[in-house]
Write a protein that binds this ligand. Sequence first.
Ligand SMILES: [Zn+2]
Length: 379
Amino acid sequence: MSKKNVRIRIWDSKVQLIEKQTVNHKKILAGRRKNCRVITTDNLTVIPGLIDCHVHLAFDGLNGQPQYHEELHVTEVLQERLVSDLAHGIVAVRDGGDRGGIGIACRNMVNNVELKGPVVMASGKALRKNGGYGSFLGTGAAPGELAKVMKGLLKENINQVKVLVSGIVSFKEYSKVGGVQFTLKELEQIVRIAADHGLKVMAHASSDEAVQICIKAGVHSIEHGYFISVDSLKAMADQRIAWVPTVVPVAVQNQGLDGSLTAETAVIEHTYRRQLQMIRLAQKLGVILGVGTDAGAVGVQHGTGYLRELQLYQEAGLTAEETLMAATRNGAYIIGMQDSLGVISPGRPAYLLVLEGDILKYLIRPRQGMTAEGTFQSA
Ligand SMILES: [Zn+2]
């Protein structure tokens, strides 16, 4: 998959040509044409830009419980989050929704070049059951009202439908998860309406019970999937349903915001260690794994959380190549941009990362300094 000693020519923001590097880079520098910028040294690695398959641009990841703040809808705050993504090499994010439509506003402002940022694929408001989990993420729907509520979402030109199928995972009691909110029939209706409008469904599902309903209904991706079973992973591999395991929002709970150990350490540790084992198994079974941080969730900040998630994939036992594949090519598929992102190829937009040294070494042995200030530089 990787090539050595190549020259990548970029023209008009697109990759034009990838060719064997035959001359010394000093000669290239000496002979370059006017208005042509050359980036070269002896040891550069170029990879496709990274993709975060699950973020919430509306939230900052700092506060205790995630809260919806009307006043956060200020462009400077959003700009900071988007720039942090770019600084960490993230060229596209899929937003998992918020009640106030901030993710949608962000997407529109980036598209209109009012904000600088990665590509934003927005869900708008997440779909949830009236009275169920996730009031800060979206609009509730009563039984029988689904079609009407979805019509409202579709009017906002959402890029995918986000549905909250289960509640959240408990940090106090191992393997306890908030109940399933939608029936199979309701979820099938959601998937059908989405498909009629050319949209895919990203499903928040934390218990295996919820995951199983999602698989039957034919969603595009399972988000979180804590306590997912081996059988579910096999079915997902068969049906090409992707998995975005979001380990970091659980792993960071091991420590309080002040760095102290929390009372629930054992439960949290057990929960995310199990998730790491299942990631390894998913990779072996051929499940399409993406990298998603849930940035904005408590303790997970935009950009920095991504590097931690990559390190967790390494801890899970994925090879550096497998981790990179999840972060790039698989991510592009999951967010529906497989035709333009995730692979370096002539004709595609040049969303590239240029890194000093060998990225694979970084990933095998993550080292300190792999942060915004340090290593990543987007080109
Ligand atoms: Zn989320």
